[in-house]
Structures are given as C-alpha cells and as structure tokens.
Design a protein around this ligand. Structure first.
Ligand code: 0O2
Length: 205
C-alpha cells in the first residue's frame, strides 16, 4: 500500500501548489477543499470478489485503479474543467480515463468528473507508475453525493422508490444552484475586470 500512499502524497503536493499559485496570481482560489483516502484491504478484497477479479498482485495493480483516491471540491462548475486541464497538462501525469458524470449524470442524479491518472513514483531502485482516481465536483454536487451515500448505506442498497425520486429532484436542484452561482460568479468577474480597466485608464491619464 506504501506506493499508493506516495502517489497520493505526490498528487496532494501538486494540488497544493496549484492552489497557492492561483491565489497569488489571480487572487482567487478555485479549490474549496480536498480529501484523499487509501482503499482499505477489506474494501479491496470486496471489490475483487464483486468484480470476479483474479486475486493476484499483478491483476490488482492493473485492474484496481481506485486504491488511491483524491476528491477535489470546487466552488464553480467551470473550475472543475479548469483544474482537470491544469493537472492533465503536467508532463508527468498521464490521463488514462475520464468519466464525465456532469455532462451525463448517473440515473440516480450523481454528478462528478472522474479521472483515472497514472503518476510516476520514484523509489530507491525503480520508478513505478501508479493509478490514482481523482473525483472533481462542486460543493453542491459533493453535498448531494455525501447524503446519497449515507442513505444508500442506511437502506443497505435497497432505497425506497420515494426517496430515490426525491434524491433525483434534489440533484436537479443542485444543478440549478450551480448554474445560478456560476452566472453570479461570471457577473462579479466582469465587474472586477471593468473596474480594473477604469483604474488603468485613470493611471494613464
Ligand atoms: P469510495 O469509498 O467512495 O471509493 P468501480 O469503482 O469500478 O466499482 P465504476 O463504475 O467504474 O465502479 O466507478 P465510477 O463510476 O467511476 O465510481 C466510483 C466511485 O465514484 C465510487 O467509489 C464513489 O466514490 C463515487 N460514486 C459513483 N457513483 C456514485 C453514486 O451514485 N453516489 C455516490 N454518492 N457516489 C458515487 P466507491 O468505490 O463506491 O466508494
């Protein structure tokens, strides 16, 4: 598991650098918060059985791509794609798979951008490319997902139909909230840039 921990450490450092640099240069931070986790051995075993995977180390290393996972929560929907670009443009990050559950939400309403990337981990005697799953979502998407997760576990996967329908409605409300916040954000940005242009003009006169 150590190699997955190192991969997470590396990714967390990359995200911290992006965060600080953005704050300094643009006076704005697109990342609200991040969390990372290593899948527990029990959870890994559970997935091997569920997916009928070969329980060999090589098969696990190649097929289980979410042992190391990072979740990035952003303020706005546009930030999600910006962060994806910033990370994937880094030379040592290889994008293996991108699942866009924002463009195409899951049937239950779940929204998030999922990336599977490979990062090189430099050990004393070798370099290993390690899979990391990155989930990027807005605060509203994250709020919805964490409540849905709790409900799903509470009902042991058999969520009553009424709740499923209400959850879907809540997902639509979260999408609408994200849309409104994005529009407000855009307006504030335009106002700021107008002010900056006026100030520059004043200085030049
Ligand atoms: P944990 O503990 O959060 O990691 P697979 O990962 O192979 O079983 P799939 O379809 O390839 O399945 O993966 P996918 O769709 O990329 O989603 C995997 C992870 O996304 C899940 O991890 C959840 O974290 C999150 N996720 C996906 N769908 C939902 C959903 O409907 N509701 C919520 N709340 N989260 C979701 P794990 O392994 O289930 O758990």
């Amino acid at each position: 598991m150590l190699i997955y921990k190192f991969a997470l450490d590396e990714m967390n450092t990359k995200i911290s650098i992006l965060k600080e640099e953005f704050q300094m240069i643009h006076d704005y931070n697109p990342i609200e918060h991040t969390s990372s986790r290593l899948k527990s051995p029990e959870s890994i075993l559970g997935k091997i059985m569920r997916k009928n995977m070969k329980p060999s180390l090589t098969a696990i290393k190649e097929n289980m791509r979410d042992i190391a996972g990072i979740r990035i929560t952003c303020s706005f929907r546009s930030d999600i794609y910006r962060i994806k670009e910033l990370l994937c443009n880094q030379q040592d990050i290889e994008l293996v798979e991108c699942k866009d559950y924002i463009e195409s939400p899951k049937n239950n309403g779940y929204q998030s951008l999922h990336l599977i990337v490979k990062v090189p981990v430099f050990m004393s005697d070798r370099v290993e490319k390690v899979y990391v799953e990155i989930q990027i979502r807005t605060i509203a998407m994250d709020f919805w997902a964490s409540l849905e997760h709790k409900i799903y576990y509470k009902y042991d996967n058999a969520v009553p139909e009424r709740l499923t329908a209400e959850l879907k409605e809540a997902a639509l409300a979260a999408t609408e909230l994200d849309r409104k916040m994005e529009a407000l954000h855009q307006e504030v940005r335009e106002l700021k840039s107008d002010d900056a242009t006026k100030l520059t003009k004043l200085h030049l006169e």
